[in-house]
Ligand binder design. Sequence first.
Ligand code: NAD
Length: 295
Amino acid sequence: MAKITFIGLGNMGAPMASNLLKAGHAVTVFDLSQPAVEALVAEGASTADSGRAAADGADCVVTMLPAGKHVEAVYLGEDGLLAALPAGTLVIDSSTIAPETARKVAEAATKKGLAFLDAPVSGGVGGAKAGTLTFICGGDNDTFERAKPVLEGMGKNIFHAGPHGAGQVAKICNNMLLAILMAGTSEALALGAKNGLDPAVLSEIMKQSSGGNWALNVYNPWPGVMDGVPASRNYEGGFLVNLMSKDLGLAFDNAVINQASIPMGSLARNLFQLHAGQGNGELDFSSILRLYKPE
Ligand code: NAD
């Protein structure tokens, strides 16, 4: 069992760190939010006064932070981890960030003799709690093989997408598709409801038909159709509209860099930004339904 430091105990990081504890690892945690730290300490984790102090003596560091600027601050900032970690430490960043930022951190880490992996996840808060996340990794083979036993404590499917940054590329492609699917699913459900159909019945029909998709199967956006999803608790918890907007921005920036055309992704980005601009940024992303079905 490894000594693991986990930084970033939000909607995703908290249950992920909890599963590492359950897997028998010695886990030290750090977050800027004291209540988030206390919840993990109550489950058996240790803590320290800073991310850097928490990482002291760790075999492996895992970060789960909101965006690239937080990842850069934690690793490359003045009190950043890279300056303090001894060579050979395994460093896994599971945040969703731009591939260029992941490569920048990876390059700095490699220069220090650290084994860095970008390992963004898919599966949502439900997957984080159940320990069934999909990890999409970018880095060299040795680092990937070394990280696997740690990642298996938090996830079920562990993919090696390619070199540094490749995990992030695959992740932003996936999330762009997810945003399109969630907006499209909301649109279809709202059209059916306008025609007097019961959204639960329509969902069941589409699930078994050619429109079936992940949103219908496990994350239905219509309140009351599915238990235990954000739609059934006023869109609280889950994956925030602000984070989905961030990911769609990453896809858009990446498309510009690579001269790729993403008309559906661009439309989804605009829809989520409109929704965020209407004061819904802190709601779960399935609340995009409200654009089609005002309360
Ligand atoms: P979140 O906002 O709930 O949590 C982020 C945590 O990081 C917060 O607790 C915050 O206090 C902490 N933090 C920020 N800066 C810090 C710093 N300098 N030091 C220590 N802690 C710091 O976000 P989340 O939903 O847990 O998502 C985290 C990442 O995972 C994001 O990149 C997101 O895009 C990605 N993601 C989220 C989901 C989801 O369903 N929520 C699914 C897949 C991927």
